[in-house]
Design a binder for this molecule. Structure first.
Ligand code: ZN
Length: 369
């Protein structure tokens, strides 16, 4: 089943506008599968098990695989994911942006094993992690997620999400027209591309909700796949719906979007103090831990340290501007990318930098930090 969605005029238009988004993504995410010089302690296979350009699947442990996306070559997956295989069952991680992305990962699993798939798990509700769920649904694979994932998907991607779109698009188009500098114009264009990609993704998908809600009180949940255990835990921070999957026997952790490696994080749904506490916890894990981030190359603890220092810098600059009495809207534009992060992709200024500064301002106002 390559394409379960009938091609309507609406989805054709959505696909066409995705081409513009793909060109933008090539600049926004110039990502190799592995960080420069990172070999994962020799655990990451140099030969991919499967490679379609937009993503490749590599063995990273005994029955443990990572799917690493390269959105510059296509937007089928966009996020990273992977799967864990035991003698009795397998667990797929992430629904990706499209059914084609989920199908690619499922086919890679079938290259190495025919065990029943216990579940496909969405690490959180964002469109690039869930809109391919329909593929899993059509295969009869249960879809698991945090209990807040389905309601958030309905709110943000459901039928009621349409009416507000024209105003949101118009507001950004006005920012492009009114921009007083090239930088401000470029940022507004990036915001518009991101929003259009999200809308086009929803329009061209049959939004499929998870059918098993994991309540935080039932976590951690250990899933015994036969010889290999996966442990599902919840640390809301990037969104209210975040799950992580650990393979403790092999020091592997799928972080979802709690880790953006080598890039600025998306913060619009974030609780930054919870997120930073979770990163602090990750930094206490064994130094041989292999992290599969939600976006960016595979990494060790250095990827956690870098994201923590990105947040520290956002907080420091926000604090200085807050103390200097700079109004929020101005502060959001004045954030200055330090030299050491100057090559870090920013998916969109108003999904990454703007909300982070706003959230730090709220914390300062509340006297929390
Ligand atoms: Zn996300």
């Amino acid at each position: 089943m390559d394409n379960p969605i009938p091609m309507t005029r609406r989805s054709f238009l959505a696909t066409t506008s995705c081409l513009g988004a793909a060109l933008w993504a090539a600049r926004a995410f110039p990502l190799p599968a592995m960080g420069a010089g990172f070999a994962g302690g020799g655990r990451v296979s140099s030969q991919p098990l499967a490679d379609k350009g937009f993503a490749s699947v590599r063995k990273i442990g005994n029955g443990v695989y990572a799917t690493v996306s390269d959105p510059s070559k296509g937007l089928e997956t966009v996020s990273n994911g992977g799967f864990i295989v035991g003698t009795d069952g397998a667990l797929l991680i992430e629904g990706f942006r499209t059914p084609a992305g989920a199908s690619f990962q499922h086919a890679a699993l079938r290259q190495v094993s025919s065990v029943p798939v216990r579940a496909a798990l969405d690490t959180h509700y964002h469109f690039d992690h869930t809109l391919g769920n329909a593929f899993y649904g059509a295969q009869g694979i249960p879809i698991w997620a945090h209990e807040k994932t389905a309601p958030l998907m309905v709110n943000v991607y459901g039928p009621g999400s349409g009416p507000a779109r024209p105003e949101r698009i118009a507001a950004i188009e006005k920012r492009i027209t009114d921009a007083t500098s090239d930088a401000a114009r470029e940022r507004a264009k990036g915001d518009l591309n991101m929003l259009k990609l999200a809308f086009a993704s929803v329009d061209s998908s049959a939004v499929s909700l998870p059918n098993r809600s994991l309540e935080p009180s039932s976590l951690p949940l250990t899933v015994d796949l036969g010889g290999t255990q996966a442990v599902i835990e919840s640390y809301p921070g990037h969104t209210p719906s975040d799950l992580i999957i650990r393979v403790p026997q092999q020091n592997v952790i799928y972080t979802g979007d709690l880790l953006f490696n080598g890039m600025y994080p998306a913060t619009s749904d974030a609780n930054l103090s919870n997120w930073r506490k979770t990163l602090e916890m990750f930094s206490g894990y064994d130094k041989e831990t292999l992290f599969i981030p939600g976006h960016g190359p595979l990494c060790g603890p250095e990827g956690i340290a870098t994201l923590r220092s990105v947040f520290d810098d956002l907080a420091d600059q926000a604090s200085k501007m807050y103390k200097a009495g700079i109004p929020l809207e101005e502060a959001q534009q004045r954030y200055d990318i330090p030299e050491r992060f100057k090559d870090f992709p920013i998916i969109a200024w108003s999904f990454c930098i703007g909300p982070a500064i706003a959230k730090f301002y709220e914390e300062f106002k509340a006297g929390k930090t």
